[in-house]
Design a binder for this molecule. Structure first.
Ligand code: IPE
Ligand code: MG
Length: 228
């Protein structure tokens, strides 16, 4: 969800006003996703690198994410949305925020219409490091033979092992980077880049990205079937 700061600057507003304006973009996108029956939607809300931002902005983002959860969770629950978080739980995440995260996950755990995952205090490399640690612990305990470690072993130890790898990743705000997002999982994802700044993003932009995705041919390293 990139471009909040630039959106605000262009209007002579504070960067944090841009984050606040991103809420409407998120929930219009969620509505659109529900409308078309998208089963999995994951959004990058706060990265492990975002701690480097000015303290005021970091504090705003923590409070904002917390209040957004509290204000929206009953509505999401009523709509059959399962809310989940991927990322490091401890570290600098305030305890109160961590508690609201756990409560929201518990509240919505049985919903099946859509899974809305927030990548929060998330880094793709950190996720791989955490998976490797868990695997190493198993080896050390004598429960796993290193020779038997394969890609599925790593995948099983990611933050959300049941989450399918994304078919499509949309990056907003005219940046052409992955920025440490779902590094393991995006190996074969289709990437769509748009100049739209996140606060201006609406369901129509999601639908446009999906139409672009539908025009792609995915070969997963193989070749096209003859006549396909
Ligand atoms: C929002 O956009 C992303 C978050 C970390 C919340 P930015 O704050 O990165 O906006 P730009 O890139 O400065 O425009
Ligand atoms: Mg940015």
């Amino acid at each position: 969800m990139d471009g909040n700061g630039r959106w605000a600057q262009r209007r002579g507003l504070k960067r944090t006003d841009g984050h606040a304006a991103g809420e409407e973009a998120l929930f219009d996108t969620v509505e659109g996703a529900l409308e078309i029956g998208l089963p999995w939607l994951t959004v990058y809300a706060f990265s492990t690198e975002n701690w480097r931002r000015p303290l005021d902005e970091v504090r705003f983002l923590m409070r904002f994410n917390e209040s957004l959860l509290l204000r929206r969770r009953d509505d999401l629950d009523a709509r059959g949305v399962r809310v989940r978080f991927i990322g490091r739980r401890g570290g600098r995440v305030p305890n109160r925020v961590a508690r609201h995260i756990a409560d929201t996950e518990a509240l919505t755990a049985r919903n099946r219409r859509m899974t809305l995952t927030f990548a929060f205090n998330y880094g793709g490399r950190a996720e791989i490091v955490d998976a490797v640690r868990a695997v190493a612990t198993q080896v050390q305990a004598g429960r796993l033979d290193p020779a038997r470690i394969d890609e599925r072993t790593i995948a099983r130890h990611l933050y959300a092992p049941d989450m399918p790898e994304p078919d499509l990743v949309v990056r907003t705000s005219g940046e052409y980077r992955i920025s440490n997002y779902l590094l393991w999982e995006v190996a074969y994802s289709e990437l769509v880049f748009t100049d739209v700044l996140w606060p201006d993003f609406r369901r129509a932009d999601l639908f446009a990205a999906i139409r672009e995705f539908q025009g792609r041919r995915r070969r997963f390293g193989a070749v096209d079937e003859p006549g396909a």
